[in-house]
Design a protein around this ligand. Structure first.
Ligand SMILES: [Zn+2]
Length: 173
C-alpha cells in the first residue's frame, strides 16, 4: 500500500507538553498515548505499535533514562531521610537499622519498578526538546501503514540492530 504523505504530515502539530509528559509518566507512547509499548517490563519495543514512532532515536539515548531514574530514586530517598530525621528527633535513641534497611530496599527496588516510567518519560522529554524530523514522521507513517505487529512477537530476530541506522545519506562526493 503506497504512502500518501501530505504537507500536513510535515507540519504535524505537536501535542501539548502537559499531555505528552503525562503520557510518559503513565508508561505510554508520548506521541499517541498507546499503552502497549513494552515487550516485557524492561524491554521497550523498537517502535510504537500504533503511531510508529521510534523509541530509540539517537546514540546515548539511554543516558537520559538512567539519569531520570537516578533522580527519582534520589528524590524519594531524600524525602525519606528528611521524614526519618523528623521522626528520630521525636524518638531519640531509636535504632537506625530498620530505616537503613528500608532505604536500601527502596534504592534497589525503585529503579526496577520505575525504569519503564523513566523510559517513556524520557521519550516524552526528548520529543519535546527535539520534535520529529520529516523523515522520522515519514518513517513512522510507513511502519504504521505496513501494520507493525502489535501483539505478536518481533518480526525479525536481528536484535533490533539492523533497523537503527538505515537512514544513511547518499555519498556527497
Ligand atoms: Zn505512538
Amino acid at each position: 500500500m503506497p504512502i500518501h504523505l501530505t504537507a500536513d504530515d510535515a507540519r504535524e502539530p505537536p501535542p501539548d507538553w502537559k499531555r505528552m509528559l503525562w503520557r510518559g509518566f503513565t508508561r505510554r507512547c508520548p506521541r499517541c498515548g498507546e499503552r502497549r509499548v513494552f515487550r516485557t517490563w524492561w524491554s521497550i519495543k523498537e517502535r510504537c505499535p500504533r503511531c510508529g514512532m521510534a523509541f530509540i532515536r539517537e546514540e546515548g539515548y539511554f543516558t537520559g533514562v538512567y539519569l531520570l531514574n537516578l533522580a527519582l530514586v534520589l528524590a524519594v530517598l531524600f524525602v525519606m531521610a528528611i521524614a526519618f530525621a523528623i521522626w528520630l528527633s521525636e524518638n531519640p535513641g531509636a535504632s537506625l537499622v530498620p530505616a537503613l534497611l528500608v532505604g536500601a530496599l527502596v534504592a534497589v527496588v525503585l529503579p526496577v519498578v520505575g525504569y519503564p516510567f523513566a523510559r517513556t518519560t524520557w521519550a516524552a522529554l526528548d520529543l519535546l526538546m527535539t520534535p520529529m524530523e520529516l523523515d522520522e514522521i515519514a518513517e513512522a507513517a510507513a511502519i504504521e501503514v505496513d501494520g507493525f505487529p502489535a501483539d505478536d512477537g518481533p518480526p525479525a530476530d536481528d536484535g533490533g540492530l539492523a533497523g537503527d541506522d538505515d537512514v544513511e545519506p547518499d555519498a556527497d562526493d
